[in-house]
Ligand binder design. Sequence first.
Ligand code: BGC
Length: 339
Amino acid sequence: MKRALKLFSLLLMAGILFSMTGCGGAKGAKKMRIGVSLPTQRDERWVRDAQRMKEAAKEAEVELRMQISDNDASKQMSQCENLFAQGIDILILAPHDATSAASIVDKAKRLKIKVISYDRLVLNSDVDLYISFDNVKVGELQGKFLVDRVPKGHYVLLGGAPTDNNAKLFKQGALSVIQPLIDKGDVKVVMDQWIQDWQPTVAMNLMQNALTASGNKIDAVLAPNDNTAGGIIQALSQVGLAGKIPVTGQDAEVTAAQRIVEGTQSMTIFKDTRQLASEAIGAALKMVKDEDPGATSKINNNKIDVPSILLTPVIVDKDNIDAVLIDSGYLKREDVYKK
Ligand code: BGC
């Protein structure tokens, strides 16, 4: 009995020693640490990006440190400095301000931390990879939707935040289709403005001004995304025009899908954030190990040609909303149809 007890305590000691020395395998090894800096959680899509990144990191058994900068460039800078101090191996950065975020990249480079420019391009910087959608295509799809329905008439053209490079690309794409009709004199532009920080209330105020200035004579509205489309449609409903003229959007937000079903918003653009977030985490894992993330194109950011991965946006209207948004599991039928 005594011997058995002695053997037992010896085994116990060995077990404790074994776990203390970390011989238990991966447990003792330092996990890869990915830093993420997102500009906002106000628009639903960014909530989905965050969610999917967390899931993907968990699946890959890596650590994720995420910060949200609430549309504030200096907050984003200090949050990233904080991430650097936490010893991240790589940074996934969706900049609030495309230009000033270059200093975040500069700092990362000095610390030998690679940076993935996520969804929005950081200009004038040495980012290692850009993962986004074909944003010019997004604008083209919006513009084409409008000119197909309103080849002649009065247009309101609203763009996203002037600090966001995507906003410029969306507008560029839309104008590639609309400008020829403006030049022909068929399309008259009642208002052409950017929406500060993509704010829905700013969009609503601009739309109210356009309606007043034109005596409600507006035939089509280029709305850059779903959240601002919400503000614009509110202004239209105040004068009984909601559902009477086409209004674009993008992001496939639940409320936008509901408006499409109701008929007050005409379309949205589906950018599968699940895919984007998964790609970004996948690329980060490779890049930390110095493996090739598999860029398929190059996009110039005014400093370098950034290796890029661009996913394809899909246009959605009432005819394909079930097939594209519900069948893919992106939105739930009961949310879209409110039943
Ligand atoms: C994104 C859009 C989003 C907008 C406002 C853009 O950079 O590409 O999907 O609606 O920011 O958050």
